[in-house]
Design a protein around this ligand. Structure first.
Ligand code: HPA
Length: 262
């Protein structure tokens, strides 16, 4: 099977970043994820996984996150770059902005969020929830490209598929959260549990509930098309700049070290 060290998880449409992409199907103990495209960005082979399936038919609460992350691990992936649409809670952020979250809060309800349901009991450290090396690379690449992004933010992940109520958003604002989405968790958790680096490029598709008149998925789609070129530029440059080998400058590659009582 062809291997890749870097993966991009996003909506549909990123396949066109690749030269000669080939689709592959990977079975896992957790089920079969959507077809994964393997192709080249510059010199590097990159895997692309459309989180919601090739036809965008899987809602956020039904995404098989465990199969997706496990399949990437099977392909040899060590670093995952996630692209997520989010609503802005922080009023400094506006639709079309890009935010690199540095922390998250998990408000999902029914998702399986661990590979470690059995012994040995495993508690993975999340003091640095996103890979600091990928985050730094995003920020440096955007700067080099002259593109604005917000280099910090707390993401809250909700269960969906409905959008939040104004009261929920007001609660999240008081708790200090900046952006809200439905797909960031458990992806980030599962990746760390398999010692893979993971960071997210979030684009603001709307102001969160209660901060604009109403919310529609069409708006999310429209904004995603507008910001896509910006995101693509950052992705291409980030993949180019990231070193082939991880050199232990982040907590991700050794996440399981010291995570078990016995
Ligand atoms: N809430 C949750 N998820 C989202 C939103 C939102 O406002 N916008 C895009 N994804």
């Amino acid at each position: 099977m062809k291997k890749a060290k870097i993966a991009i998880i996003g909506g549909t449409g990123f396949e066109k970043l690749f030269n000669d992409a080939k689709q592959t199907r990977v079975g896992t103990p957790y089920g079969v994820p959507p077809p994964i495209a393997l192709g080249k960005i510059g010199e590097k082979t990159v895997a692309f996984l459309p989180r919601h399936g090739p036809e965008h038919s899987v809602p956020p609460h039904k995404v098989n996150y465990k199969a997706n992350i496990y399949a990437l691990h099977t392909l040899g992936v060590e670093r995952i770059i996630a692209v997520n649409a989010v609503g802005a809670i922080n009023t400094a952020f506006k639709p079309g902005d890009i935010v690199i979250p540095h922390d998250f809060a998990d408000f999902t309800k029914f998702r399986s969020t661990t590979f470690y349901d059995d012994a040995p009991v495993t508690h993975v450290d999340f003091s640095q929830p996103y890979c600091p090396e990928i985050r730094r690379t995003f920020i440096e690449c955007a700067e080099k490209l002259g593109l604005h992004l917000w280099n910090r933010g707390v993401l809250v992940c909700t269960e969906g598929p409905r959008f939040e109520t104004p009261a929920e958003i007001e609660m999240f604002r008081r708790l200090g959260f900046d952006i809200v989405g439905m797909t960031g968790i458990p992806e980030a958790v599962l990746a760390r549990e398999l010692e893979m680096c993971y960071a997210a490029l979030c684009f603001v598709s709307n102001m969160a509930a209660g901060m604009q008149e109403r919310l529609t998925p069409k708006e999310v789609l429209d904004i995603s098309e507008t910001v896509q070129p910006k995101i693509e530029q950052i992705l291409i440059e980030t993949v180019r700049v990231l070193p082939v080998e991880r050199k232990g400058r982040c907590p991700c590659a050794n996440a399981l070290k010291d995570s078990r009582i016995k």
